[in-house]
Design a protein around this ligand. Structure first.
Ligand code: SF4
Ligand code: SF4
Length: 96
């Protein structure tokens, strides 16, 4: 049986494929692409929100204590958050 487009991994997506369903960003779990994941060290976080602003997937969320973390269903491991965090409290860890 043929897979639904939302079930395709990034290696199975045809060249030039365009997803047009409304709010498809919520259905596409881009986290399946990830080879590394961001890890937050809260002891150095000043809760400035810069990582949140720069995340291209808009997948960084703030918890009830004001700290930020990635929603790993949507985080693609690009490392922009780690690059932009000016206190150096985000590091990337390889996926196993
Ligand atoms: S950019 Fe760094 S210091 Fe600022 S909220 Fe994000 S993790 Fe914390
Ligand atoms: S690694 Fe990329 S996609 Fe994941 S939280 Fe950081 S900026 Fe967002």
């Amino acid at each position: 049986m043929e897979k639904h487009p939302f079930e395709l991994t990034w290696k199975e997506i045809p060249l030039g494929f365009v997803q047009t369903d409304y709010m498809s960003c919520l259905k596409n779990h881009t986290g399946s692409w990830r080879s590394e994941r961001p890890i937050w060290d809260e002891s150095h976080c000043i809760k400035c929100g810069v990582c949140y602003i720069f995340c291209p997937e808009a997948c960084i969320e703030q918890d009830e204590k004001g700290y930020f973390h990635a929603n790993l269903d949507y985080c693609k491991g690009c490392g922009v958050c780690a690059q932009e965090c000016w206190t150096g409290c985000i590091s990337l860890k390889p996926e196993e």
